[in-house]
Design a protein around this ligand. Structure first.
Ligand SMILES: CC(C)(COP(=O)(O)OP(=O)(O)OC[C@H]1O[C@@H](n2cnc3c(N)ncnc32)[C@H](O)[C@@H]1OP(=O)(O)O)[C@@H](O)C(=O)NCCC(=O)NCCS
Length: 182
């Protein structure tokens, strides 16, 4: 377990958000968010349409990944968060990515998960000095998450990448190991 924290997620119930490695046995939970086109709208990947493809992804990309974690609510995966390593001259920076099942949006869960990563990743990877995130200019929710955690909005990269067949403006965010976190 990467650590957890109590978090109020609506209503009066108190629940715990934790991060842990995602496993093949989590496939049914993975399918909930990975097949939803509302969730993948701003992602580089298309929604999964078969369990077989999802199992292939978990086996070949998730399990060997150096830092891919399930975002768990009371121990059950409801999304995922990852930090992708660079090598050589780029090893000072890593790229953050995250995704959350639609029914859990708007409850502060992504903000909590990103804070957990920001609190641990720099000590886990001492070579990392910069955690960066690239966000579609229209993905307002994701930009707010990063700003709430203390990431700096560095600017807009115009027509930076193709998403779902269209070139998109992207906002570059970063958090340095020396930055204060909120
Ligand atoms: C982006 C995403 C992770 C946000 O997760 P979340 O748990 O709903 O975010 P939070 O609840 O922590 O919200 C943080 C802030 O953003 C706001 N917010 C969230 N979604 C929003 C939206 N669609 N539009 C405007 N504001 C939004 C929240 O109200 C909150 O602000 P507040 O504290 O001032 O009220 C989630 O919507 C998601 O998984 N989207 C699909 C995948 C994705 O886009 N991943 C990011 C790729 S860069």
């Amino acid at each position: 377990m990467e650590g957890g924290s109590s978090c109020k997620t609506g209503g009066n119930e108190f629940t715990e958000i934790t991060l842990r490695p995602l496993d093949l046995s989590d496939i049914d939970d993975f399918m909930v968010w990975a097949t939803d086109d509302k969730v993948t709208r701003f992602c580089t990947w298309e929604p999964y349409t078969s369990k077989e493809d999802a199992i292939h992804f978990i086996n070949n990309k998730v399990l060997p990944h150096p830092w891919f974690r399930a975002i768990c609510l009371n121990g059950r995966p409801i999304g995922a968060i990852s930090v992708t390593k660079n090598s050589g001259n780029d090893e000072c920076r890593g790229e953050l990515g995250y995704v959350l099942g639609f029914k859990y949006w708007g409850k502060g869960i992504a903000t909590k998960a990103v804070k957990l990563v920001a609190n641990t990743i720099f000590s886990e990877w001492p070579q990392l000095e910069r955690l960066e995130a690239i966000v579609d200019a229209e993905n307002v929710g994701s930009q707010k998450v990063l700003e709430k955690v203390g990431f700096q909005r560095e600017g807009v990269l115009r027509k930076f990448m193709i998403l779902k067949g269209k070139t998109r403006d992207i906002v570059m965010f970063s958090l340095l190991s020396t930055d204060p976190q909120s």
